[in-house]
Design a protein around this ligand. Structure first.
Ligand code: CA
Length: 267
């Protein structure tokens, strides 16, 4: 999330989780388990009002390397996605305050570029599927579901959302396997720590486009995580050193952000 849109406070709940109160606008996001610091990837907003399902699914997704925030009603989901550059929304349809269709309609009316949306619902009727997809959902999965299938669909949508067609991203001798969470120079595993890997992944996914520090922060951190102002600069600095031997540079474009470059060397 952006540095300017941090939640106002994080409050422990009776269930052992946390409620994140944000934006002074009485919107609430639920946060149930800590995010393993060593395993962080793309940023997902899970919109689900079934607390048990939200807890277990967000926990599983975090263990798979995603930063996950949860919204337990439609209004919170709309507010959250307006203020944060999520990489993907997993959206239930039956929600308090604003149902999933209304959330989708508002998102598609106002948000550009569109964020990939996977509808995850117990509603398996043809009419609901057609309506969801017609409103702009990118995928539709019905409950009960198998976690490996959900995660495969999540990976596919994240690739599609960034115009990548394969699980492997590449630039010159550099390749990054998004499923295995590993980056290679030629055949050599770079053995990158999770956050450096994610920074590199974001740069590769946005190849040819500058990525702002704020966007980068959104990819890397959930709402409740403290963000050190120079954290991104540290990861960029470390990556630059590791990519230098193959003449791939991360350019700093003043006022715009960072750009992966396989030839020009300027900072
Ligand atoms: Ca529901």
């Amino acid at each position: 999330m952006s540095l300017s849109a941090r939640p106002d406070k994080v409050v422990p709940t009776a269930r052992g989780g946390r409620v994140i109160v944000c934006y002074k606008s009485l919107q609430y996001l639920t946060e149930s388990t800590a995010i393993p610091d060593a395993l962080v990837s793309m940023h997902i907003l899970l919109v689900e009002d079934d607390a048990l399902l939200a807890d277990s699914l967000s926990c599983s997704l975090r263990l798979s390397g995603y930063a996950v925030d949860c919204a337990d009603n439609g209004e919170s989901a709309v507010i959250a996605q307006e203020h944060c550059n999520f990489d993907l929304l997993i959206l239930d349809l039956g929600l308090p305050k604003l149902d999933g269709f209304a959330v989708l309609r508002q998102m598609r009316a106002h948000r550009a570029p569109p964020v990939p949306v996977l509808i995850l619902t117990a509603r398996d009727g043809l009419e609901d599927r057609v309506r969801g997809l017609d409103l702009g959902a990118d995928d539709y999965l019905t409950k009960p579901f198998d976690l490996p299938e959900l995660e495969a669909r999540v990976r596919a949508l994240l690739r599609r959302g960034r115009a990548a067609t394969s699980a492997t991203l590449a630039l010159g001798p550099l390749t990054l396997d998004t499923a295995a969470r590993r980056a290679f120079i030629g055949l050599r595993d770079m053995d990158l720590p999770a956050r450096e890997l994610t920074v590199l992944e974001v740069l590769l996914l946005h190849s040819g486009t500058a990525v702002s520090k704020e966007q980068m922060t959104d990819h890397l951190y959930s709402w409740d995580q403290e963000v050190t102002p120079n954290a991104i600069e540290v990861y960029i600095h470390r990556l630059r050193r590791k990519l230098e031997p193959i003449k791939i540079n991360i350019r700093t474009l003043r006022g715009l952000g960072y750009l992966l470059d396989d030839d020009i060397k300027t900072t």
